[in-house]
Design a protein around this ligand. Sequence first.
Ligand code: NZQ
Ligand code: ZN
Length: 388
Amino acid sequence: MLGNFIYSNPTKLYFGEDSLKFLKDELPGYGKNVMLIYGGGSIKKNGIYDKVVEILAKGGKTVFEDPGVMPNPTVKKLYEGCKIAKENNVDLILAVGGGSVCDYAKAVSVSAYCEEDPWDKYYLRMEDVDNKIIPVGCVLTMVGTGSEMNGGAVITNHEQKLKIGHVFGDNVFPKFSILDPTYTYTLPEYQMVAGFYDIMNHITEQYFSGEDDNTSDYIMEGLMKSLIHSSRIAIKNPKDYEARSNIMWTATWALNTLVAMGKSTDWMVHMLGQSVGAYTDATHGMTLAAVSLPYYRYIMPYGLAKFKRFAINVWNVEQSGKTDEQIASEGLNAMEAWMKEIGLVMNISDLGATEDMIEGIAKGTFVTEGGYKVLTHDEIVNILKSSL
Ligand code: NZQ
Ligand code: ZN
């Protein structure tokens, strides 16, 4: 382990079947006004909305609703949420939904009292919060992003064709999150598997970086093995509690900052995927799946030792009689086979991207420097073309 770090994760988790009952214990810690944020209506269909509203009423809270948070929440919606939060003197923001709802809740929490345009301040200029932050709690219904236990808040600006994530500090992390794996049973299969790949890619983004011997890499190998194993069970039986609960827990650990401690990280697949998302509004996990293999195959020679280790430790690739390149390639082939097996989208053209968008998507791709190869614009264009 090479890096020094300070580690703090203040989010309190309530995990397991029926864990929503603990919401009532959290409520007395906050004032009367609760802003209830949710998405396009799935929580009304599956009954979670009714249960939450009942607990809030019994807790004596006045509820201000902000429904309709879309997948990939927009800056336009953010302005609406800020207005509701500020006008009603909201004491707690309760997000009930997936990563989009949780991210949006965090964005509102830091933006409601921001005196400038929050898009400019937090997303274009990447500044820290220096105004009042409204506390956030989450009831998670979709697994993948890790938003339930981190400071990430990704917002899309369709006019500017940018999708940007700001990773805020632990003062913005949810104060508490409620994780009931059975709440994910009603997810459509497309969303479920997109979430699986989001988890996988959060791990590989942090794994494929650095050459030091690092405990986090061993933890990540375990997380990846658990995910691969449980994903195969969940595909066959989405109501397998053991598999869905393991996946939910893996997702949280994949991106609650722990495995990034003391090591460098990459995040280039997310930068490519987010720019594809800005043009297509496609499902986050699918955008990652569609660009991953062209990217990883391109950078493999620059980080060969780690790709070889990935093949052996995660995919059990047999080593005898093979070169390092062959072993490393077989690891990526095994990942590709698993991705196809669980039904991921493997090309950006299937997500609505076209050849004429490539230049714009490449321009909107932020270049990170923690991976095995810092990409040039032309390299990004080539990777995107290979992803079509
Ligand atoms: O809106 P509703 O009706 O609730 O439907 C949602 C939505 O259509 C549906 N859904 C969620 N829970 C459900 C359900 N449908 C049936 N039953 C349930 N239990 O699923 C759809 C997708 O939901 P969404 O919240 O958009 O998915 P996800 O959790 O993947 O979040 C994606 C957003 O998170 C950002 C992404 O960029 C994207 O904007 N990310 C946030 C990160 C973070 N905070 O650290 C990191 C990630 O890399 C990611 O970038
Ligand atoms: Zn992600």
